[in-house]
Design a protein. Structure first.
Length: 499
């Protein structure tokens, strides 16, 4: 505006809806022009989408006034109420990004968007670091890292998605671009689409160009609210066992949509949590990520599990069943495992015999899932109380001829939950004394036995049954360390045939 007009006392502006400019309705925004003649009008405070005009009014010393109207322009006010909430997703490896280790997932991300566009969250990421002396360049050491995230969405260009970009930092160390995270929120779609991309510079080096690894997730679903009736319908305890009997998961789904779990594998106990969201088929799922690492002076020992935990209605539609599986890993969980020697800040292959690392899968095709409700007469403790059962297992350690012994015990659980185990008369070898404890809350059978002149073995079992199978049983393993200290396992099962 020309601020030097003769006789001018004040110049002001009003932002109005274009349809109201000829009425006496009040302005949406208003203010005075500064003497310099230029002003930034804070239209970001406009809360309603529509066509607007700006009315400029100049008052003169003689009491007269002159007004002029701008051309109409469109304002689109973003509805943060629609997007406010928490979003969780697995980070899928992007094909052709330079990675070649066969992993489908790189980690998981959780972002909470507030009603003003502020963002907080956490990145759980598995760095796939180079190993000195590895026989193949795609053999990697997997190190789980966790980084807190904070920022806000802001527009980057006209008609472009709102974009949040930042680089995680680590406390006490300089800013290093190990992973950069960007989040796009596209309001041109309904509902607005959230996309996350992670660029990993720490894991590069598997090709001549040493490209960074890229992973991400698109069209991320918002978590269910606490008031959603689907959360209360799913609430309960579940036990899910792998096909090979060497992993089981104790899952607790709450009525608020939070899901907590404990995992059990030979020599390993883990835990994690997530929240329910909906799949495209309107079933509920949880982003499943569990990562743990311990680094001593000379070794890295890590274990990560990545996938989806799904809850689908049973045949009657009254309750839900629990399954593992995703579009990338049907009926599977991806396992990234490392036990490798460490020298200074590098990982070394071939030292001290610690050369276990790689990507594998836990299979759940048999669908061994149990709804465990301790107070329900048709689920939980009541199914096994007072019933004759037989525990059969293969001893984890072999004899001098390379043969593993098989033992059998007759097992019963009293009304109080106490367990009695006696050597079976048809056991192929004389079974040693076995002590067992039954956990009514989780359904686990845990115990131990010691063969003559041999170290103690531990026994871990969980309830398991397949869909359509009339029998319920416990499945698990016996575990012991061999002469070199390496853990060995043998299959164990408890059978109970119901009428």
């Amino acid at each position: 505006m020309d601020a030097a007009s003769a006789g001018a006392v004040k110049t002001s502006y009003q932002v109005q809806l274009a349809e109201n400019v000829q009425t006496t309705k009040g302005a949406v925004l208003e203010g005075d022009m500064p003497a310099a003649g230029a002003v930034e009008i804070p239209i970001s405070k406009v809360s309603k989408s529509g066509s607007y005009k700006i009315k400029f009014t100049r008052a003169f010393a003689d009491g007269t006034a002159l007004s002029v109207m701008s051309q109409p322009f469109q304002i689109t006010a973003l509805d943060w109420e629609e997007v406010a909430g928490t979003y969780e997703a697995l980070l899928e490896d992007q094909v052709g990004s330079g990675s070649s280790d066969g992993a489908k997932y790189r980690g998981a991300i959780s972002l909470t968007v507030s009603r003003n566009g502020a963002v907080s969250g956490r990145l759980n990421y598995n760095e796939a670091l180079e190993i000195i002396g590895a026989p193949q360049p795609d053999l990697r050491a997997y190190r789980p890292v966790s980084t807190a995230l904070i920022g806000s969405f802001s527009a980057t260009a006209a008609d472009a998605p709102l974009r949040l970009t930042f680089t995680p930092t680590r406390r006490g160390t300089p800013v290093v671009e190990r992973q950069t995270i960007s989040a796009d929120l596209d309001f041109s779609q309904s509902p607005p689409a959230l996309t996350v991309t992670v660029v990993d510079f720490a894991s590069k080096g598997t090709n001549s160009a040493a490209q960074p690894w890229v992973s991400g997730a698109s069209k991320i679903s918002k978590n269910l609210s606490k008031a959603n009736p689907q959360c209360a319908k799913i609430a309960g305890r579940y036990v899910v066992s792998s096909d090979d009997s060497k992993a089981y998961f104790l899952v607790n789904a709450t009525s608020t949509g939070a899901v907590l779990w404990t995992s059990r594998q030979p020599g390993y106990t883990g835990s994690g949590s997530g929240n329910l969201s909906l799949t495209e088929e309107a079933n509920a799922r949880v982003v499943f990520y569990e990562g743990r690492a311990s680094t001593s002076g000379n070794a890295l020992n890590s274990m990560s599990l990545l996938g989806e935990l799904n809850f689908v209605p049973d045949a009657g539609g009254i309750t839900s069943l629990c399954h593992f599986g995703s579009s990338l890993s049907p009926s599977q969980l991806e396992r990234q495992r490392t036990f490798i020697s460490k020298r200074d800040n590098t990982y070394v292959y071939g030292a001290s015999g610690q050369n276990e690392t790689g990507v594998s899968a836990l299979d759940f095709s048999w669908d061994q899932a149990v709804v465990w409700k301790n107070a329900d007469p048709v689920k939980g403790f009541f199914l096994f109380r007072g019933q004759p059962m037989k525990l059969t297992l293969i001893d984890p350690l072999v004899d001098s001829q390379g043969v593993a012994t098989q033992y059998s015990w007759d097992v019963s659980i009293s009304d109080s939950g106490a367990v009695r185990a006696n050597a079976s008369s048809d056991s192929s070898s004389k079974a040693p004394l076995l002590t067992l404890k039954f956990d009514k809350v989780t359904g686990q059978l845990l115990g131990s036995y010691s063969p003559p002149r041999s170290p103690r073995r531990t026994v871990s079992l969980a309830p398991a049954c397949s869909l359509g199978d009339s029998s319920r049983r416990f499945r698990g393993w016996a575990e012991a360390a061999n002469s070199s200290g390496t853990p060995e396992t043998g299959e164990a099962r408890v059978d109970l045939n119901l009428p």
